[in-house]
Design a protein around this ligand. Structure first.
Ligand code: ADP
Ligand code: MG
Length: 379
């Protein structure tokens, strides 16, 4: 559906007067997008996830036609929108894509209805719909975005969530082949953001929209997406289903960025039926790995806090049971975090609030073999 190949975009450094990271600058230019390629399937919600400044917005704006890339190609549904080698660069207003940005800039002097109908009214004579059809189209979009009852209200008299839905409705009304969403929920407070997240997912599913979604919020990305592409310094470092990204990060950056994790380095020792004993500072840990690990090679283990379980007594049959000491405890409402000291390593645990162990206590902790992510360091 959407194909992006070898996209490169540089900017003159300093144009915005912002400090630039030394590694992003190239002879007075900032390499904002550094040769990225990705595919988005029909009906899919595809997310570009990464920290601020990694090139998400620039990628999205290049697809939209709001930035002119240095190199690469972009096509939607087989139509080439940009190709440097063919000198094709379709202007933004002819790409027929829906866009919703963080600052959604609805038109304040118009009613809700008018905000949505306007893009249809200003279409070229050739493309303009008959009046009746236009009305039906607007009514339908207001219906799915649950704004129908507010049609006559001035757009300024709307709550944050309603304004966000309106921006979405306006982008939808032209029935775009592809929706582009750049941090559309980041101006909303936490509670509203969460409910809008479900709302967006519902609309996406119901309307079978193909979307590219940009966010720096890993929870949002995991909750919303069919596919997540994690970006770092202008590059895509991993693409996968949310579960894959979370459970099988392919590098330290991804594991670190997606949620909080414990990282423990170690050396591979003996192996048994695809399981390996890794020697670490806190003791031996058995892990399973689908790729072969060489004896004596160095690995990084990523262990999620929620996979560390605590027990006051030793459980004789438990694999990966280690001894530690609680140094800190934090109550987080729906969970309790304990920080353990395990032979000098700091390990974070996340428990059910029923389990609460006082700092200073000696404690056994364990991690299931299949929950540990192994990141080879030598390859
Ligand atoms: N118009 C511009 N002029 C100069 N530098 C820019 C411009 N737009 C973006 N950049 C730089 O490109 C890099 C990527 O920015 P951006 O795509 O906005 O990242 P993100 O959306 O992931 O936060 C950053 O270093 C940013 O400062
Ligand atoms: Mg951005």
């Amino acid at each position: 559906m959407l194909m992006v190949d070898n996209l490169v975009k540089t900017f003159n450094s300093g144009r915005r007067g912002r400090a630039k990271k030394a590694d992003g600058a190239q002879g007075g230019r900032v390499l904002a997008v550094n040769d990225i390629s990705f595919r988005v399937k029909e009906g899919e919600l595809f997310t570009l996830l990464g920290p601020s400044g990694c090139g998400k917005t620039t990628t999205l704006r290049s697809v939209a036609g709001l930035e002119s890339p240095d190199r690469g190609s972009i096509s939607v549904g087989g139509n080439v929108l940009f190709a440097d080698d063919q000198r094709i660069n379709v202007p933004a207003n002819r790409r027929k894509l829906g866009m919703v940005f963080q600052s959604y800039a609805i038109w304040p002097h118009m009613t809700v209805y008018k905000n949505v109908s306007f893009p249809l009214e200003v279409a070229s004579r050739k493309e303009r719909l008959p009046k009746q059809e236009m009305k039906e189209r607007v009514a339908q979009v207001l219906e799915v975005t649950q704004l129908a009852h507010l049609a006559d209200r001035p757009a300024t008299n709307l709550s944050g969530g309603q304004q966000q839905r309106l921006a979405f409705a306006r982008a939808l009304v032209g029935r775009p082949a592809l929706m582009l969403l750049d941090e559309p929920l980041s101006n909303l407070d936490a509670k509203l953001r969460e409910s809008m997240r479900y709302e967006l997912k519902r609309l996406q599913r119901e309307l079978g929209l193909t979307s590219v979604y940009v966010t720096h919020d890993q929870t949002e990305a995991l909750a919303l997406s069919n596919t997540v592409a994690v970006m770092c310094d202008g590059k895509i470092v991993q693409v996968g289903r949310p579960r894959e990204i979370y459970e099988r990060p392919n590098c330290h950056f991804v594991a670190d960025f997606i949620g909080t994790s414990n990282f423990v380095s170690g050396t591979v020792g003996e192996s048994r039926h695809g399981e390996y004993r890794v020697e670490t500072q806190m003791g031996p840990i058995w892990v399973s790995s689908s790729i072969d690990l060489a004896v004596d090679s160095n690995v990084l283990l990523s262990i999620r806090p929620e996979h560390v379980s605590l027990s006051r007594e030793s459980q004789p049959d438990e694999t990966n049971q280690l001894l530690g000491k609680v140094t800190n405890r934090a109550f987080l409402g729906d969970s309790v975090d304990h920080i353990l000291d395990a032979r000098g390593l700091s390990i974070r645990n996340r428990s059910n609030p029923k389990i609460s162990i006082e700092p200073g206590a000696e404690i056994y902790f364990s991690v299931p073999v299949d929950k540990i992510v192994v990141i080879p360091l030598d390859s």
